[in-house]
Design a protein around this ligand. Structure first.
Ligand SMILES: Nc1nc2c(c(=O)[nH]1)N[C@H]1C(S)=C(S)[C@@H](COP(=O)(O)OP(=O)(O)OC[C@H]3O[C@@H](n4cnc5c(=O)[nH]c(N)nc54)[C@H](O)[C@@H]3O)O[C@H]1N2
Ligand SMILES: Nc1nc2c(c(=O)[nH]1)N[C@H]1C(S)=C(S)[C@@H](COP(=O)(O)OP(=O)(O)OC[C@H]3O[C@@H](n4cnc5c(=O)[nH]c(N)nc54)[C@H](O)[C@@H]3O)O[C@H]1N2
Ligand code: SF4
Ligand SMILES: [Mo]
Length: 690
C-alpha cells in the first residue's frame, strides 16, 4: 500500500469540562480521516498524555450512532422516535415556533439551557448568548457546577484564581480537599509526583477513598458537607497554638482577633463530632498545614456541592492567609484559575443587545439547578420553549423526575443541539446535529492552568453537522434578525473575545494563537513565578478579611448529623455522594459500555450492607421521597460508614428503570452562590430480587 504522503499532524484542544484543557495532536489523512489522537508533548501542562476517556475520543467522533442530520419527533416525548428532516424544514420549524412563543407569551417564555459540554468561548458562550439576548429570552443562571465555590473563593481572596499548577512541584505539603486529582484533574498529578519525589506529603480529605486518596500519604474521611467545621477547627488549633504567620496576618489581613474569639468553640473534640475526623487528626492536619512550607491546598468542587459548601470554600480559602502560604512559590490554594483569562466577555456575548420584556423589566433569570421548578412552576410567563445545547439536563440536573415531567409537557417546544440522542434529546421536538471540538473553531480558557488556546477544525464536519455558532446564525436569519452582531463570523467572535486590553492578555491575538496554539497569560514578568496574593489581595482594603459573620456551622438539612430528629433522616438514613466517575465526563460518555457499568454501581460500606443483607453483585434499589433507581451493589470499606457512593451520571435510557442518579437529588440550593447541592442527599438502600 502506498504511504499517504498527504497525512498531516494537526493541533486541537480538548473542549471537555475538565480543569486540564489539554493541547492535542491528531493525525489526519488525505481524506480527512483522523487517527492517533494524543497529548501534545510540547505543552507544559498536557505533557504528551491524555486521560483514558479522551484518548479514545475518536471512537466517539466516528460512532455509528452519531447524529448526522436534523430530526423531528414522531412519537410521544421521551420515547426517542424521530424522522429525518432537511435543515430547511428544521430551521423553519424552529424559527416559526420560537417566534410564536415570543409573540404569544413574551420572549421570556423562551429558555436557553446550556452548560459546558464544550468549554469553548464561541461555541457555547458566544453566538448563542448574542442570539438569546437579542430575543429577550430568559437568562440562565449557570449554577450547576461551581457557583457556590466561585462566590466563596471571591469572598475570601477577591478573584477566582490561585496557585499555578506548574508550581506544585515546589510544594512540601499538598492537601487535596474534596479533590479527586487522579480521577478528574490528572494533569496536575505529574507535578505532585515530582513534589513527592522531593519529599512532599499528600493528604486527602474526602468522604470517599478515591483513586487519589488511595495514593495519598494519609486519607481523612469526612462527613459530607462538614468542611466548614474542619476549616474552623484547623483555625482554632493554629491560632491557639500561635502557629499563624503573624507578620503576613498583620500586613495583609483584618479581623484575626475576632476570628480567634469565634473559633474558640471549634475545639478539636467538638469538630470531631461534626466532621467525623478524630480530634487528634484535626490537630495533626492543622499543625502539619501551619508548619510545612510551602503548603498548597488543591480544593476542588466536591466540597461546594453541598448546602454549606459556599461558606466552606470561603473559610478554606482563608486558611492560606492565616499561615502565610501565599508568600511561597508552590504555596497557596487552587480552586480555579479561570478568572485570570481576561477575555472581553461583553464584546463576545453582547449583553447590551438584551431586549426588555413586554412587562418592562430586564429578562428574568432562571436558575439552571432548579430546572424542574422552572419547567413546572414558573408563570408570568411559563416556559414554552427551551433550546438545549452543550448539556444533557434530563440526566445531569437534580430532581430528574420533575425535570422530565416538565420536558413531557405538550405545550413546551424543545430544541436540542447534540452529537447523540441523549436522554434529553429523546424529549426534543427538533434535534439538530452539531460538530465536535475536533470539527469547529474555538477559543479556550482553562480552570486548572494559565494557557490560552485556540483550535481550528482538525476534521471536516461529518454528514450535515454544523457548529453551534452557525446554527444560531441560521436560526437568527430565519427569524429575520439581520443585525451585524448575529452574522459575525467565528473569527469575528474570537477577535472580540481577545480584544480586552487587560495586561494578562497582552500579545495574545488570533494571529499569535494561529502560530503558537497555546500561550501562557502574561501573569508575571518573564522568568518570574506568578504569586497572586504574596503582597496582599485585590479587595477594596487590599487585605483579606476573616469574615466570620456567616461561618456558624450547622449540619446540612439533608444529612444524618444533627438532623436525625427529622423524619427524612429516619426514613432515609444513608448519605449519597454521586461524585464524578473516573472514566467519563458527567454524562458525555454514558453510551460506552464500560462507563455504563461504572455508573450503575452503588458503593456501600460493609457495615451498612450487612444489616440490609446486601452482598457485592446484588441488585439493589436506592430510593428516597423523590425517586428510586436500580443498581448493582459493590461493597467497599473505602467510604465513610453511612455514605453510599453512586458515580455520576449514567444514561437513563440504557438502564432497565430509565433512571439516573439525579432521580434522587434535590433542587435545594447552596448557602451562597445558588448552586446545586448534589452531594447532600439522604437515601435508603434495599436488596431486591431479580
Ligand atoms: N473523570 C472525570 N473527570 C471530570 C469529570 C467527570 O465527570 N469525570 N467532571 C468534570 C467536572 S464537570 C468537574 S466540575 C470537575 C470536578 O472535579 P472534582 O471536584 O475533583 O470532582 P468531584 O467528584 O465532584 O468531587 C471531588 C471529591 O469530592 C468528594 N466530596 C463529596 N462531598 C464532599 C464533602 O462534603 N467534603 C469533601 N471534603 N469532599 C467531598 C467526592 O467524594 C469526590 O471524590 O471534574 C471534571 N473532570
Ligand atoms: N448527581 C450528579 N449530578 C451532576 C454532577 C454530579 O457530580 N453528580 N455534576 C454536575 C456538574 S459539576 C456539571 S458541570 C454538570 C454537567 O452537565 P452537562 O454540562 O450537561 O455535561 P454532560 O453530561 O457532559 O453533557 C454535555 C452534552 O453536551 C454535548 N456537547 C458537547 N460538545 C458540544 C458542542 O460543541 N455543541 C453541542 N450542541 N453539544 C455539545 C455532549 O454531547 C453532551 O451530551 O452535571 C452536574 N450534574
Ligand atoms: S478530559 Fe481533561 S484530561 Fe482528558 S484530555 Fe480532556 S482536558 Fe485532558
Ligand atoms: Mo462541573
Amino acid at each position: 500500500m502506498a504511504i499517504d504522503t498527504a497525512r498531516q499532524t494537526k493541533h486541537s484542544v480538548c473542549a471537555l469540562d475538565c480543569p486540564d484543557t489539554c493541547s492535542l495532536l491528531i493525525d489526519v489523512d488525505s481524506l480527512g480521516k483522523g487517527s492517533r489522537l494524543r497529548g501534545n508533548p510540547d505543552h507544559v501542562v498536557t505533557q504528551g498524555f491524555l486521560c483514558g476517556k479522551v484518548a479514545q475520543y475518536l471512537d466517539r467522533n466516528y460512532h455509528a450512532e452519531r447524529l448526522m442530520h436534523p430530526l423531528k419527533r414522531t412519537g410521544p416525548k421521551g420515547t426517542g422516535q424521530f424522522t429525518r428532516i432537511s435543515w430547511d424544514e428544521a430551521l423553519d420549524t424552529v424559527a416559526t415556533r420560537l417566534q410564536q412563543v415570543s409573540d404569544t407569551h413574551g420572549p421570556e417564555a423562551i429558555l436557553p439551557y446550556s452548560y459546558a459540554g464544550t468549554m469553548g468561548r464561541i461555541q457555547a458562550n458566544g453566538m448563542d448568548r448574542r442570539f438569546f439576548h437579542r430575543l429577550g429570552a430568559s437568562r440562565l443562571d449557570r449554577t450547576i457546577c461551581s457557583s457556590a465555590g466561585g462566590v466563596g473563593l471571591m469572598a475570601a481572596v477577591g478573584y477566582r484564581y490561585g496557585t499555578e499548577p506548574e508550581q506544585f512541584t515546589d510544594s512540601k505539603l499538598i492537601l487535596a480537599w474534596g479533590a479527586n486529582i487522579h480521577g478528574t484533574n490528572v494533569h496536575l498529578w505529574p507535578f505532585i509526583v515530582e513534589a513527592r519525589r522531593r519529599g512532599a506529603k499528600l493528604y486527602t480529605i474526602d468522604p470517599v477513598l478515591t483513586r487519589t486518596g488511595a495514593l495519598a500519604d494519609r486519607h481523612f474521611y469526612i462527613n459530607p458537607g462538614s468542611d466548614l467545621a474542619l476549616a474552623l477547627g484547623m483555625m482554632h488549633v493554629i491560632l491557639h497554638e500561635n502557629l499563624h504567620d503573624q507578620d503576613y496576618v498583620a500586613q495583609h489581613t483584618t479581623g484575626v482577633a475576632d476570628l480567634k474569639a469565634y473559633v474558640a468553640d471549634y475545639t478539636p473534640t467538638h469538630v470531631a463530632q461534626l466532621t467525623g475526623i478524630a480530634a487528634e487528626d484535626v490537630i495533626f492536619l492543622a499543625r502539619e498545614y501551619a508548619t510545612t512550607r510551602p503548603a498548597v491546598i488543591r480544593l476542588n468542587y466536591g466540597v461546594q456541592r453541598s448546602e454549606r459548601g459556599g461558606r466552606a470554600v470561603h473559610a478554606i480559602a482563608s486558611l492560606p492567609a492565616l499561615v502565610g502560604a501565599w508568600r511561597d512559590v508552590g504555596g497557596g490554594l487552587q480552586l480555579s484559575t479561570s478568572q485570570a483569562f481576561r477575555f472581553n466577555a461583553d464584546a463576545l456575548e453582547r449583553p447590551d443587545l438584551q431586549q426588555r420584556s413586554p412587562l418592562g423589566r430586564e429578562a428574568r433569570i432562571v436558575n439552571m439547578s432548579r430546572l424542574g421548578h422552572a419547567l413546572n412552576d414558573l408563570d408570568q410567563p411559563a416556559v414554552h420553549a427551551m433550546v438545549v445545547y452543550a448539556s444533557n439536563p434530563a440526566g445531569i440536573a437534580p430532581n430528574q423526575n420533575a425535570v422530565r415531567r416538565g420536558l413531557k409537557r405538550e405545550d413546551l417546544f424543545t430544541v436540542v443541539l447534540e452529537h447523540f440522542l441523549t436522554d434529553t434529546a429523546d424529549y426534543a421536538d427538533i434535534v439538530l446535529p452539531t460538530t465536535t471540538f475536533l470539527e469547529h473553531n474555538d477559543l479556550y480558557l482553562a480552570y486548572g492552568h494559565y494557557h490560552v488556546q485556540m483550535a481550528r477544525p482538525a476534521l471536516p464536519a461529518p454528514g450535515e453537522c454544523k457548529p453551534n455558532t452557525e446554527i444560531f446564525r441560521l436560526i437568527a436569519q430565519r427569524m429575520g434578525l439581520t443585525d451585524a452582531e448575529l452574522t459575525a463570523s467565528d473569527d469575528d467572535l474570537m477577535r472580540a473575545a481577545l480584544d480586552s486590553g487587560h495586561p494578562f492578555m497582552e500579545g495574545i491575538t488570533l494571529e499569535a494563537l494561529e502560530q503558537e496554539h497555546s500561550i501562557r497569560l502574561k501573569l508575571s514578568a518573564p522568568g518570574q513565578p506568578f504569586q497572586p496574593f504574596a503582597e496582599g489581595f485585590p479587595t477594596e482594603s487590599g487585605k483579606l478579611h476573616f469574615d466570620v459573620a456567616n461561618w456558624h456551622y450547622t449540619p446540612p438539612v439533608e444529612s444524618r448529623h444533627g438532623t436525625a430528629r427529622h423524619d427524612e433522616a429516619r426514613q432515609f438514613p444513608l448519605e449519597m455522594v454521586s461524585s464524578k466517575n473516573d472514566n467519563s465526563m458527567n454524562s458525555t460518555f454514558g453510551n460506552r459500555p464500560a462507563v455504563n457499568h461504572e455508573t450503575s454501581a452503588a458503593k456501600i460500606h460493609p457495615d451498612d450492607a450487612a444489616p440490609r443483607g446486601i452482598s457485592t453483585g446484588d441488585r439493589v434499589r436506592v430510593y428516597n421521597g423523590r425517586g428510586s433507581m436500580l443498581l448493582r451493589a459493590e461493597l467497599t470499606p473505602g467510604l465513610r460508614q453511612g455514605v453510599v457512593r453512586i458515580p455520576a451520571v449514567r444514561w437513563g435510557k440504557l438502564a432497565d428503570d430509565g433512571q439516573t442518579v439525579n432521580a434522587l437529588t434535590s433542587e435545594r440550593l447552596t448557602d451562597i452562590g445558588n448552586g446545586a447541592t448534589f452531594y447532600n442527599c439522604l437515601v435508603e438502600v434495599e436488596r431486591c430480587g431479580e
